[in-house]
Design a protein around this ligand. Structure first.
Ligand code: SF4
Length: 452
């Protein structure tokens, strides 16, 4: 864990899913890099999706993400507005341009397979890529896994890390994080900042945090302006823009207007995500609205909010995200929605306390409360789309995070349940949870609500 950065947790990408869109696109890109060694030999590429990727891959855009990744695109750099025409061309021509390899025949109907019967051994989000020559002989076959939040791994390889050295202040759980901060007389945000500055210059850390916050604000802004219907059979109406207009038209302010604004911010992000727009994994795409909504709440409604407070928010929320990533999982396919919306709520509660100048103990307690009341939350997206319950659930998660921060800051920091206790509980609950409730759309709302 000592090499995970907050910039591994917060990544700029595209919707609708970090595990089912971003991760598969990155995996397909990695495979496309590998087959460059077989230039002019590759005649066919076939990809099989397993487990949760098979069950909800169509609704989450996994098939399209694989095509784009094979073409050499990555979630962070692809232009969301170009996606539709790129895909239309592949489907119309039944040809795929592989970087440095050449153009091959590729019919998505026959080359993208969904295996509903078996799972690959490491994780339910498994993918098998096979490149063959013109005679049908396999040139290269590799398995990849999408581990949640856009993280990927190949076969049994360790998860790749973007940092090659260990952190300056190491921590493996909440207890050691608090102890390391106390020993160095640092806030959690200051400790994480020193770790980040070990890996990149102070200017780069600041620039990247500002880029993340800018991308989040742009996403909220687009969502608050865009009306219409989201993609998919359910024809879900966007509502963030309408809510914004209602709030802006208020002549007499209402006591809970702030709550309505937080709802609008979160829904705006998740509507953009559902539409395949540019979002920041926070820590996942499905839960991408909670942290930006709470940060926007801080910036817009807290007196004397500052950019320094925004930085403290991101550094602290990132540290909490790392704890979940290392000690449990941020994959809805492994943990249910508690691992996505629950984790985002916990991170946002901690980040808000830090932005408000709370102590490390208050940060830890807020993060604990943020998860404690999301334990057991299932993942049951209707139609396999990241829309219902996901969009509204982010609004609920954001409101809950603000309340968790308030509850923690009204106390003196003493509490019975620790963050480590609740992370362990989330992990055990996720392991015990039936697979029907873990991003397969085989249970819950997904089977009890008609799609149209
Ligand atoms: S229900 Fe939760 S975990 Fe499942 S796709 Fe929606 S946001 Fe992600």
């Amino acid at each position: 864990m000592s090499t995970i950065s907050i910039f591994d947790i917060f990544k700029i990408g595209i919707g609708p899913s970090s595990s089912h869109t971003g991760g598969p696109m990155a995996a397909a890109f990695a495979f496309s890099e590998q087959i460059k060694a077989y230039t002019r030999q590759v005649a066919r590429v076939q990809v099989t999706l397993f487990g949760s990727l098979a069950f909800t891959g169509k609704g989450h855009g996994t098939d399209t993400a694989i095509i784009l990744g094979l073409m050499g695109y990555l979630p962070a750099t692809i232009d969301p507005d170009a996606v539709e025409s790129l895909l239309r061309a592949v489907h119309a021509s039944k040809k795929l341009a592989l970087p440095e390899v050449g153009v091959i025949d590729f019919d998505p109907q026959s080359e993208l397979l969904f295996n509903y019967e078996t799972e690959l051994p490491r994780h339910t989000n498994g993918m098998r890529f096979v490149a063959s020559d013109a005679a049908g002989a396999a040139l290269l076959s590799e398995d990849y896994y999408s581990l949640g939040g856009g993280f990927i791994a190949r076969g049994n390889d360790p998860e790749p890390s973007s940092q090659s050295t260990r952190a300056k202040h190491e921590f493996s759980n909440s207890a050691t994080l608090l102890a390391a901060a106390a020993a160095a007389d640092l806030s959690i945000a200051e400790l994480v900042l020193r770790n980040e500055q070990q890996w990149r210059s102070a200017d780069e850390v600041t620039r990247r945090m500002d880029d993340i916050w800018s991308a989040m604000q742009a996403c909220i802004g687009r969502g608050l302006k865009t009306d219409g219907v989201l993609p998919g059979r359910m024809a879900v109406l966007r509502r963030a823009a309408k809510l914004r207009r209602t709030l802006e038209a208020r002549v007499v302010p209402m006591p809970l207007d702030t709550l309505d604004w937080v709802n609008a911010f979160a829904i705006a992000v998740n509507e953009e995500n559902a539409a395949g727009g540019r979002v920041v994994t926070s820590p996942t795409n499905g839960a991408a609205g909670i942290i930006p909504a709470v940060m926007m709440y801080y910036q817009r409604f807290v007196p004397n909010a500052s950019q320094a407070g925004i930085h403290r928010f991101l550094l602290t929320a990132g540290a909490i995200g790392i704890l979940y990533k290392v000690n449990a999982s941020i994959s809805g396919a492994e943990m249910g929605c508690q691992g996505e919306v629950g984790v985002a709520c916990s991170m946002a509660a901690a980040g808000l306390v830090a932005a408000l100048g709370g102590s490390n103990d208050h940060v830890e307690e807020a993060a604990e409360i943020g998860m404690e009341h999301n334990l057991g939350l299932t993942c049951d997206p209707i139609g396999g789309m990241v829309q219902i319950p996901c969009i509204e659930r982010n609004a609920m998660g954001a409101v809950k995070a603000i309340n968790a921060a308030r509850l923690a800051m009204h106390g003196d920091g003493t509490h019975k349940v620790t963050l480590d206790n609740v992370i362990a509980t989330m992990r055990q609950t996720g392991l015990d949870m039936s697979s029907s409730y873990k991003e397969t759309s085989k249970g819950g709302l997904a089977v009890n609500v008609p799609e149209c």
